[in-house]
Design a protein around this ligand. Structure first.
Ligand SMILES: Cc1cc2nc3c(=O)[nH]c(=O)nc-3n(C[C@H](O)[C@H](O)[C@H](O)COP(=O)(O)O)c2cc1C
Length: 209
């Protein structure tokens, strides 16, 4: 099916029915997330996939009382790192070496560039890291639609509570955004079948020739 058809099919699913998404579909969505672009290629976040129903219920009770949290199949949390350590950079450069085996001079220069970037952006570092997860989120929404899997980005939750429940600060992570994956329940999903609310392209796009 074509991309625009799939994007018109998807919507922010407000009510899910508890059915399981087949693992191969979840795997393809996760693979797509792994292919999302990130600033400097650093992928400075984790994607936590929660299948455990008791944990979903705890998150619903204590951090986010939105129905898809408990009625989804897989609950994804995009969790940005709160800092980039030199160990993290070591691992990143090991990975680059394994994949591309670049000239060591290039690696040295690139690392200096990254360190300089981090220093310059130190005051906004957390906000820069958090922005990265929204790109992955977008890719995940498109990939889910491509699998005819429903999803809904959820930003409306108590971040401190979720940090505590998942013990994120001890791993230098924070809760960025949630994405339940599952299947719509037409009786509970009031968004189902609603026309899309989008601007005319002429009001969104400005072409400069
Ligand atoms: C960053 C972000 C945060 C959102 N947070 C919520 C949320 O907490 N709860 C919810 O039901 N929908 C949430 N949404 C869904 C939007 O309301 C929805 O995508 C938007 O109204 C457009 O509708 P559509 O996705 O159905 O086309 C969020 C979407 C984004 C991109």
């Amino acid at each position: 099916m074509d991309l625009l058809h799939n994007l018109n099919w998807r919507h922010a699913c407000k009510g899910m029915n508890g059915s399981k998404v087949p693992q191969e579909k979840v795997d393809r969505i996760l693979e797509a997330i792994n292919l999302a672009p990130t600033s400097l290629g650093m992928q400075a976040y984790k994607v936590i996939v929660i299948e455990n129903q008791d944990l979903k219920q705890k998150i619903y009770n204590e951090a986010c009382p939105q129905q898809p949290i408990i009625a989804c199949s897989h609950l994804l949390l995009f969790a940005p790192f709160t800092q980039i350590t030199s160990e993290y950079l070591d691992e990143y450069f090991d990975l680059i070496k394994r994949k591309r085996n670049p000239d060591p001079e290039w690696s040295k220069k690139y690392r200096t560039k990254i360190e300089g970037f981090m220093e310059r952006n130190y005051n906004n570092f957390e906000s820069w890291l958090t922005k990265q997860v929204y790109i992955a989120l977008g890719v995940a929404c498109v990939a889910a639609a491509n699998e005819e899997v429903d999803s809904v980005p959820i930003e409306g939750f108590d971040k401190d509570a979720l940090n505590r429940i998942l013990d994120l600060p001890s791993q230098h992570l924070s809760s960025g955004i949630l994405l339940p994956l599952g299947y719509r329940d037409p009786g509970k999903d009031w968004m189902n079948g609603q026309p899309k609310v989008r601007k005319d392209l002429k009001d969104l796009i400005e072409i400069i020739k």
